[in-house]
Design a binder for this molecule. Structure first.
Ligand code: NAP
Length: 283
């Protein structure tokens, strides 16, 4: 029977450490601040933003939300980012993606000061991660690494296969596994014989966006399976990219959905915001 990797537990531990460090900063009259911009009324984005707000309050951060109408222009959005770049109370800026049609996500990400880019999506931060000299790691892949550490799962020397090559998850995930001395293969929709590649994985990370895509026959006996996916199944229930019920019988450890990678992403956002605050205040 596989170990079920408990993302809620690990994320609570990370947030508690952030809360204690924040309490120390508050004694020095330094309060970390996170600004979250949400444009339009996408229900999933609304849930994520509310969760981020709650997490900020729980760890003692200042939390500011900017809820903009879907009709907001590119210039209005860039003006807000510029204002927040210069706001001393704000250490981290996050623009909830996806943006409504007509708004240029890339331009918005590049407008955020790299020092306040707590998602680590800015090209400067992406480049820093590539050379292994970074301030922030992207929250979801960093959360995966944190969970592996927490369960004493070593990456060094292991065959790691990542399914998905997005800028937000797949590519940085591969880079972080490489930093951990894994032997990394990145797969995607054009990969030939995917099943043969994934069946070689000691650590398999699924970041595809297709419900229950990874079936038991794609997984090696005793593998560690990390499910980044967040999808709805045929009954509208939240599920991952992995066929959890069948794969869990075959692997040594697995993350559930919900309760796996999802909570880690927010915990790592808190960690990045604290770090941004410390860097900006030299403390
Ligand atoms: P994305 O940008 O749509 O990327 C999906 C990747 O999967 C692409 O690289 C795509 O390949 C690949 N793919 C699609 N079909 C495939 C197939 N049949 N075989 C192999 N690869 C295939 O998605 P994303 O932003 O990375 O997100 C992936 C999933 O993670 C989604 O369910 C998302 O909701 C979830 N997510 C969760 C969190 C969290 O906090 N838990 C955070 C972010 C994302 P191509 O590049 O060739 O198209």
């Amino acid at each position: 029977m596989a170990t079920i990797i408990d993302g809620k537990k690990v994320s609570a531990e990370v947030k508690e450490k952030v809360r204690l460090k924040t309490a120390e900063l508050l004694k020095k009259r330094v309060k970390p601040g996170l600004a979250v911009i949400i444009v339009g009324d996408d229900p999933a984005s609304r849930v994520y933003v509310n969760n981020k707000k709650k997490a900020c309050e729980a760890v003692g951060f200042l939390s500011r939300e900017y809820a903009l109408a879907a009709t907001t222009t590119q210039q209005e959005l860039l003006d807000l980012v510029s204002q927040l770049n210069n706001d001393k109370e704000i250490n981290g800026i996050l623009c909830q993606l996806p943006l409504p049609n007509g708004l240029d996500e890339k331009a918005v990400i590049e407008a955020i000061s790299p020092l306040k880019d707590v998602d680590a999506f800015h090209a400067v931060n992406v480049g820093k991660i590539m050379i292994g000299d970074y301030d922030f790691l992207p929250c979801t892949p960093a959360g995966v690494i944190e969970m592996l550490h927490s369960y004493n799962i070593t990456v060094e020397g292991k065959n790691c296969v990542v399914i998905g090559r997005s800028n937000i998850v797949g590519k940085p995930m591969a880079m972080l596994l490489l930093h951990e001395n894994g032997t990394v293969t990145v797969t995607h929709s054009r990969t030939k014989n995917l099943k043969e590649v994934t069946a070689q994985a000691d650590i398999l990370v699924a970041a595809i966006g297709k419900a229950k895509f990874v079936t038991a026959d794609m997984v090696k006996d005793g593998a560690v399976v990390i499910d980044v996916g967040m999808n709805r199944d045929e009954n509208g229930k939240l599920c991952g990219d992995v066929d959890f019920e069948n794969v869990k019988e075959k692997c040594s450890a697995i993350t559930p959905v919900p309760g796996g990678v999802g909570p880690m992403t927010i915990a790592m956002l808190m960690k990045n915001t604290l770090k941004a605050c410390k860097i900006q205040n030299n403390c």
